[in-house]
Write a protein that binds this ligand. Structure first.
Ligand SMILES: Nc1nc2c(ncn2[C@@H]2O[C@H](COP(=O)(O)OP(=O)(O)OP(=O)(O)O)[C@@H](O)[C@H]2O)c(=O)[nH]1
Ligand SMILES: [Mg+2]
Length: 275
């Protein structure tokens, strides 16, 4: 497996959520709209129990709109109210306070409804909270692991949000999950092989979004993306050459992954809803 997990994440994820669960009335499960399955904690239903919940697909601006609609339908069918948002442009976020109040109604005797935001690293939890608060209340960053501890942010007189550090968990049943988390930026770049993740992503795009590689890099993968043929093409196109003029495949891989994350290959979703 090209991506290595740290043992103990599962226990840590569970502890963090469980410890704070009794302090809140509602939980917002913030998922990445590009990977609404892979960005989900497999134990979340067991951990949250009957706590009122709102499923929010963030970074919807980067995801395939048709698949986002399908995923929202799927989550609604599972019994979870859900919506898609773009925290960067504050699209959809304006609906969140009313939905949280609605979900937390049972707690109406309290002075304020408290809501915890949970999700994987770099999914945009802190950014989402800032978008709701309309100010820079939390620290954000373009890499996983920015938020270190929990932080309360008051939205309105009667609404408080809890920002939490992102947590990952192993999903041994499907090795593609790790690749998708790496491709979308939930895992630190230092701990996986960028060439392997990039090659997997290129093959996947060639299969499901065939025009994307040709449009961006002029790559015509006629016989399936060869292990190095695609990265070589990117390296030459972007003039990333090493000693002796050899294409620098590792730099090309990082470049390609970063362009993908910025949406430069188009609006792409890597998980399909179960049929
Ligand atoms: N395109 C896009 N980018 C977003 C969106 N929301 C957040 N981001 C970007 O995602 C990156 C991570 O945001 P953070 O809010 O720091 O992520 P986090 O979930 O708090 O991450 P940790 O604190 O590390 O767990 C930032 O660089 C944001 O610019 C969105 O809706 N669309
Ligand atoms: Mg954060």
């Amino acid at each position: 497996m090209p991506v290595h997990w740290f043992p103990g994440h599962m226990a840590k994820a569970r502890r963090l959520v469980q410890e704070n669960l009794k302090l809140v009335d509602v939980v917002i499960e913030l998922l990445d709209a590009r990977i609404p399955y892979s960005s989900r904690n497999p134990l979340i239903n067991e951990i949250l129990g009957s706590k009122p919940r709102l499923v929010v697909l963030n970074k919807a601006d980067l995801a395939d709109p048709a698949l986002t609609r399908e995923w929202l339908k799927w989550y609604e069918k599972q019994g979870f109210p859900s919506l898609a948002v773009d925290s960067l442009r504050r699209q959809g976020t304006e609906q969140v306070p009313a939905l949280v109040r609605e979900r937390g109604k049972g707690a109406s005797q309290k002075p304020a409804i408290r809501c915890m935001v949970v999700g994987i690293p770099n999914v945009g939890k802190s950014f989402f909270i800032n978008a709701l608060a309309r100010r820079k209340a939390t620290r954000t960053g373009d890499r996983p692991g920015v938020t270190r501890g929990k932080q309360w942010v008051r939205l309105e007189r009667d609404l408080e949000l809890l920002d939490t550090p992102g947590v990952l968990w192993p999903r041994y049943e499907d090795p593609k999950v790790a690749l998708k988390l790496a491709a979308t930026g939930a895992i630190k770049e230092e701990i996986y092989d960028a060439a392997e993740v990039a090659t997997w992503l290129a093959r996947w795009l060639e299969q499901h979004y065939p025009a994307s590689l040709a449009e961006r890099y002029g790559f015509d993968g006629t016989d399936g993306v060869g292990a190095h043929r695609f990265l070589e093409c990117v390296a030459r196109k972007r003039n990333m050459l090493g000693p002796g003029g050899a294409p620098d495949l590792y730099r090309a891989a990082l470049h390609f992954l970063r362009e993908f994350r910025r949406g430069l290959l188009g609006r792409i979703t890597l998980d399909f809803p179960p049929r």
